[in-house]
Structure formats: C-alpha cells, structure tokens
Design a protein around this ligand. Structure first.
Ligand SMILES: [Zn+2]
Ligand SMILES: [Zn+2]
Length: 285
C-alpha cells in the first residue's frame, strides 16, 4: 500500500458513532464503531479501537500471515465506542507482535481503561492470553514522531475531552478529528477555533465528527459532537481538500445519510470535496 504519488493510504473499518448498528438500513456506510487504519510506508497507524478493529485484525493476520509486526494505536478518548474492539483484535494474541497505545490519559489510567474492559466480569479471555507485547504511551508533547511520520495532537471539546490528530508524511496531511464539538458560541469558539484551525489547515483528508444536522445540533449543544454544516464551514475556511463525514449517528440510516450529505454539498466551496466515510473503503493521498 502507498507509493510515491500517494504515500498515505487510509482505510475505514468503522465509521459509526456511539454504538454498533447492525441491520439492513446500515449496510452501505456500515455499523461498526470508529476504527481507521492509516498506512505511511511500512508504519501502521490505527486510530481508535472501536468494533471495526475486529475485521482490521483479521485482515492484518491474513496479510502478514503471522510474521511479527508493530502496530501503533492512537486513542482519541476512551468512550466505549472507541475502545470496545480491542479485545477482539486478533494480532494482539500472537507472540512477537508489538502493540503500542498512545493517548491523552496517564499511562496507568489508559492501561486500566483499555484492560479494564477485559476483566473476567466483562470478557472471557484473560490478559495473560494477550501474547503480543503491549505498551502504553502518554502523549505530552506535540508534535511527536512514530518512525518517519510526524504527528500533532490537540485537545478537542468533548465530555472529558478528546484528542484530534494530524498526520504529516511525505508532503501529505491526514487529520483524524472525531468526537469534537465545534459550537456556534463565539466565546467558547475563540480558543477552540484556533486549535482546530491549526489542526486541520490545508489537510488533504479530514475525517471529522459530523454527527448532526445543523437543526439537530440545536437540541444537542454540550453533547460533544458537531453538525455537518459547521464541519463544512471550518473545512472551507481552512483549506481542507477532502472532508469525510464520520461518527455517523446510530439512528441515521444509509438513505438518510445520503440526504444529509447531499444537503451539505450546497455549502461546499472549491477546492473542498465532501464525502461520507464508508466502512471498508480505501482512500490514497
Ligand atoms: Zn464516539
Ligand atoms: Zn465520545
């Protein structure tokens, strides 16, 4: 994956917010909770560990046929929909593999939150069966490096905060910025907009929280998510080229998502293009 003209490959494994949504109304865009694979050369970055992670693990096992690899998992925050896939991430059960978690919580807090869901009361397999080497890193300084990839993070407005990530590799920029509330309140937004603006500026790909329509957002102020109108407005303002609407509301059917995206296209100004993040699709930049 990846080449000189398109050095970064992004694959969506889970695009749904809050809770998995199986069923016939969710087949097109998918029902798994957030998990996005970003390949930069040989470096495998994984953003969030929602239920999409199960199929990512199966695909990696198939691709590498058991030869040991290193996987970097960056956690935006530890709400259930962003960590619940990890116990089903098969590569973590293979000796020789290395898995490193990066998050905003302290190392021990992050470890407790990720492994806490694997307590005997919740999950049948014990930690001792996780044969990969699993380590945790607290993100303190931005930017930071993973191999030859440069990453930035910023704190986003969300209950208990979340992290947005900017990935820079060989002249391309991908941003993962979900579970982030960008409100219409000018007081709150003075600082937030500066942070979010520098995070997303000139991104080739922005994967952003677009859970609500502008109308729905009015009743959800303070819930920690953004309207698609606001995400488009910010993308227009900061020179984003491709916005992928992400963290789809669990109540939103495929048909309704198509309508929501179509309506928001009226707000898009060149060079921006608006897309709807769809499970199992790959994008190269
Ligand atoms: Zn979420
Ligand atoms: Zn959340």
């Amino acid at each position: 994956m990846g080449n000189d003209t398109h050095p970064i490959t992004v694959k969506f494994w889970g695009t749904r917010g809050s809770i998995p949504t199986p069923g016939k109304y969710f087949v097109k865009y998918g029902g798994n909770t957030p998990c996005v694979e970003v390949r930069c050369g040989d470096t495998i970055l994984i953003f969030d560990a929602g239920t999409g992670m199960r199929e990512l693990g199966a695909s990696l096992l198939h691709e590498f046929a058991g030869s040991p690899r290193e996987y970097h998992i960056l956690i935006s925050h530890t709400h259930w929909d962003h960590i619940q896939g990890f116990p089903f991430f098969h590569v973590a059960y293979l000796p020789g593999n290395k898995v490193t978690f990066y998050g905003g919580n302290s190392v021990s807090a992050l470890e407790n939150l990720i492994f806490g869901q694997m307590d005997r009361e919740y999950f049948p397999v014990t930690l001792f069966e996780l044969s990969a080497e699993v380590t945790f890193k607290t993100l303190v300084e931005s930017p930071f490096a993973i191999n030859d990839v440069k990453l930035y993070f910023t704190h986003q407005i969300h209950p208990a905060l979340s992290l947005g990530f900017r990935i820079e590799y060989r002249g391309r920029v991908v941003v993962y910025a979900t579970d982030s509330e960008i409100s219409n309140d000018p007081e709150i937004e003075r600082i937030n907009e500066r942070n979010i603006g520098s995070l997303i500026k000139d991104a080739d790909i922005l994967i952003a929280d677009c859970q609500y329509t502008a109308e729905e957002y009015q009743a959800k102020v303070g819930w920690g998510h953004t309207s698609i109108d606001k995400a488009v407005e910010m993308s227009n303002r900061y020179g984003v080229r491709n916005l992928f609407a992400f963290h789809h509301d669990p109540l939103r059917t495929d048909e309704q998502l198509d309508i929501m995206i179509d309506n928001a296209r009226n707000l898009v100004k060149p060079p921006l293009r608006l897309h709807c993040a769809r499970e199992k699709t790959t994008v190269r930049v």
